[in-house]
Design a protein around this ligand. Structure first.
Ligand code: SF4
Ligand code: SF4
Ligand code: FES
Length: 287
């Protein structure tokens, strides 16, 4: 017996207790529920073959494609099924994808051809991405900072950045400096991507390209701040880095937002030096 708790509108959950064969796909189950139990149950699907990405839902908090996922693949006999964007679902399992599609507008989403021959291969991840939204809606950085474009948009930006005939490289990189540093390298996007793509690797590649911008650009200043912080303290000192990047006035709001952590003794006012500071400095000097 499998117990299903399926999200319906207005934060209500329908509960079904069903005998289901373990090899039954989630999408087949949704269709059976709509045909035999509740004709008003709403969900989305198109290709049924893991290509379009429209059937993505969360099961016990893990994002999956319903058409590719078998009921028996979950250890628990209780499945909590929710829309991918559980923060603002539209109706039943249909998600509001507006924030995800908007994220692509942070970068010019077209190439402006200039002169020259396109000799570099275009990264295959950008071509294989189905824009299912799974990486976007499982990224913790987006949860805390809705200014972050997120992994899929940066994967697409990398596709254009690898095109030597494109004339918008500079503006793409400038937009990237506003985004690539919000990634905290948790690798959830890579863990859950149903196409097996590596968005974090794309972000890293774009981050490196940002260093080709002039010295006073945000990306270069950011990298120098982290380098100097590690050189001085042997570790990243957030207060030092924030002052370096944003100046004293600019960093005040950030410092104020960190006050609760100070009271909880999660951060210290006095800088903490690494015990291995000498070795760390030597390593950096040898670089
Ligand atoms: S990178 Fe993967 S998870 Fe993200 S939108 Fe593309 S296919 Fe989906
Ligand atoms: S690795 Fe970066 S982009 Fe990917 S989910 Fe984590 S924070 Fe988001
Ligand atoms: S229906 Fe297209 S990916 Fe599932």
């Amino acid at each position: 017996m499998t117990i299903l708790r399926i999200y319906r509108s207005d934060k209500n959950y329908d509960i079904h207790r069903l005998d289901i064969k373990p090899e039954t796909k989630l999408l087949t189950l949704f269709e059976q529920i709509r045909t035999k139990i509740d004709s008003t149950f709403a969900f989305s699907s198109e290709c049924r073959h893991g290509i379009c990405g429209s059937c993505a839902v969360k099961v016990n908090g893990i994002p999956v494609l319903a058409c590719k996922t078998e009921i028996g693949s979950f250890r628990s006999g209780v499945l909590r099924i929710e829309p991918l964007n559980s923060a603002s679902p539209k109706i039943d399992l249909l998600s509001d994808f507006e924030p995800f599609f908007q994220s692509f507008s942070r970068f010019p989403d077209f190439a402006e051809p200039g002169h020259g021959e396109n000799t570099r291969p275009i990264p295959s991840d950008a071509v294989r991405c189905t824009q299912c939204g799974i990486c976007f809606y499982s990224c913790p950085s987006i949860e805390f900072d809705d200014g972050f474009a997120g992994p899929a948009a940066i994967v697409k930006a990398e596709r254009f950045l690898s095109d030597p005939t494109d004339r918008l490289t500079r503006s793409r990189l400038e937009a990237a400096t506003e985004n690539v540093y919000q990634c905290v390298k948790c690798f959830r996007c890579e863990e859950y991507c149903p196409r097996g793509l590596k968005p974090e690797h794309s972000i890293e590649a774009v981050r490196r390209r940002c260093l080709t911008l002039p010295e006073d650009s945000l990306g270069t200043v950011h990298t120098k701040a982290l380098f100097d912080s590690i050189f001085h303290y042997g570790k990243i000192n957030e207060v030092f880095a924030a002052r370096y990047i944003f100046g004293f006035r600019g960093s005040l709001p950030l410092i104020l937002s960190g006050l609760p952590f100070l009271f909880k003794r999660r951060v210290r006012i006095r800088p903490v030096f690494s015990k291995n500071i000498r070795e760390i400095r030597k390593l950096l000097e040898d670089e």
